[in-house]
Design a protein around this ligand. Structure first.
Ligand code: NI
Length: 173
């Protein structure tokens, strides 16, 4: 089932998420809902906190074509390596609709996680995937990409989002 994505500013998005204790039917249902919500948005990454669930749970799929979908579920992910070399990507976020900014992050990272089936895994990533993993894991710690920008830029984006949220409410009401 598609869920509503929380939009910044929202205090829930600033919470620190708790580890997922076990992958039971409910957890799988939640992961399925996250995937459906992400594809519908559409986006390439979504953390459970963005739909109001404070668990350390992320889904990512950077494949461009619908036929080649390859989702990765990261349960309790932990970054175990970050390269010194950095790269810059223009980032966006489903919780900050219409807002984009360049963010510098380690170009490569390795992440340890549990997959959809409860198996322990490790993944080494570079390029867009490395940035996406770091962006999503930030969500689990209440961090958004705008936190890396100057106060001026960040305030400007938040102001636009407040206006955007008011407009959405107006349409619904
Ligand atoms: Ni995001």
């Amino acid at each position: 089932m598609q869920k509503k994505i929380l939009i910044e500013p929202d205090p829930i998005l600033r919470q620190k998420c708790e580890p997922l204790e076990k992958i039971d039917g409910n957890a799988k249902k939640l992961m399925d809902d996250m995937l459906e919500t992400m594809y519908a948005a559409p986006g390439i990454g979504l953390a459970a906190i963005q739909i109001g669930i404070l668990k350390r749970l992320v889904v990512i799929d950077i494949s461009k074509e619908k036929e080649k979908r390859k989702p990765i579920f990261l349960v309790n992910p932990e970054i175990i390596y970050r390269s010194k070399e950095t790269s810059v990507y223009e980032e966006g976020c489903l919780s900050l609709p219409g807002q984009f900014a360049e963010v510098e992050r380690p170009a490569e990272c390795s992440v340890k996680y549990i997959d959809y089936f409860g198996k322990e895994k490790e993944l080494k990533a570079n390029g867009l995937l490395a940035t996406c993993i770091q962006h999503e894991i930030d969500h689990l710690n209440g961090i958004l990409f705008i936190d890396y920008l100057s106060k001026l830029k960040k305030d400007m984006i938040i102001k636009k989002l407040i206006k955007h949220k008011k407009e959405i409410e107006r349409v619904i009401v």
